[in-house]
Design a protein around this ligand. Sequence first.
Ligand SMILES: Cc1cc2nc3c(=O)[nH]c(=O)nc-3n(C[C@H](O)[C@H](O)[C@H](O)COP(=O)(O)OP(=O)(O)OC[C@H]3O[C@@H](n4cnc5c(N)ncnc54)[C@H](O)[C@@H]3O)c2cc1C
Length: 395
Amino acid sequence: MSHIDTAAITMPTAPQWAEIREAVARLCDDFPDEYWRRLDREDAYPKDFVETLTESGFLAALIPEQYGGSGLPLSAAAAVLETIHDRGCNAAACHAQMYTMGTVLKHGSEAQKERYLPGIATGDLRLQAFGVTEPTTGSDTTQLKTRAERNGDGYVVNGQKVWTSRAFESDLMLLLARTTPAAECKKRSDGMSVFLIDMREALGNGLTLRKIDAMINHNTCEVFFDNLQIPADALVGEEGRGFRYIVDSMNAERILIAAECIGDAKFFLRKATEYANEREVFGRPIGANQGIQFPIAKAYAAAQAAELMVAKAAALFDAGAPAGEAANMAKLLAADASWEAAEVCMQVYGGFAFAREYGIERKWREARLYQTAPISKNMIYAYLGQHVLGLPRSY
Ligand SMILES: Cc1cc2nc3c(=O)[nH]c(=O)nc-3n(C[C@H](O)[C@H](O)[C@H](O)COP(=O)(O)OP(=O)(O)OC[C@H]3O[C@@H](n4cnc5c(N)ncnc54)[C@H](O)[C@@H]3O)c2cc1C
């Protein structure tokens, strides 16, 4: 049990970090819908956008000041990502360094922090690849097959990952691999370890990447490890405890992605409301029809409720209290709220929603991802059912 009195943690009643939100919104104004549409067409990485965010320091929000960051809590990072999505941009190109940061900060050695964090803060080093999902085991993470075996001074890695986003745009990868065969472990979550791999040295020397042609411009890849030799000091924390470390990163990831979903929901609701007020058919604004107005109102209420859960999850996480339940619910409710708002917006725009220049269909495709990744809804229902409510395990 945690020693933290969770009842004493105060929840923000209004969106926090107003100055950060304003500054990020100003920065996003330089990256309008045409910018993202062009990248979509060219299947290209938003290099300029990521560089601007890095130079402004926002991407280093969670890095402690002693390593060149601003040492802010997760709620501040959530405000950055929410605003990016609210302004019609997409943070998926660069959000990974925020949610992997917890593992490095909490469990990394002082030498690893000194070696990597200042470079990540300045943008000279990119920590954007998070290698967990595998093609044959999917959501069943504890069964993953990528092996890292002790070999002289280091480890040799063999296996495969899939959907490792931004791998071509990253210098470092946080990798979860099995170090002790599952059959030799008491619990299936034992025997896995986390490694911080320098991809610059590894590419072409046992590490191969292949881009996946996906429905959204997400720069996501298949990753192949073929006798990749890595040094012993790539290990983060203790060998065999990696799954526990990653769970903490996953809670951060769920909260941050939930914040992005809230931003998406706000984007869609603003667009839907504006259009419903402007567009006149049958001699009156379409928003005067209850069939248009009520779904917008319902989606608004859902987004407001989800936003409260995201704030609660971030407050618990920042207080060091157990955040798994709230983080999972935040992700679930926010992803549903953003998808509801996306669907409503598509409908409100009628045929024009399908014209790319209106900027709705791209966001609609992007919002769909969060029904499935980084954790699918069924897995959250299973977590709540089995770990929170005490229902029987189904797997
Ligand atoms: C664009 C994109 C980017 C991604 N980026 C990353 C990344 O950077 N790093 C990374 O590690 N992963 C990443 N992922 C992977 C993502 O986390 C997984 O796709 C997701 O967790 C689902 O796993 P899966 O695709 O293997 O689906 P599966 O595990 O095969 O599941 C398929 C469906 O079956 C359901 N299901 C499975 N088992 C059960 C059960 N027991 N009960 C009920 N329903 C069940 C699931 O809910 C899902 O709907 C990304 C995925 C996408 C699409």
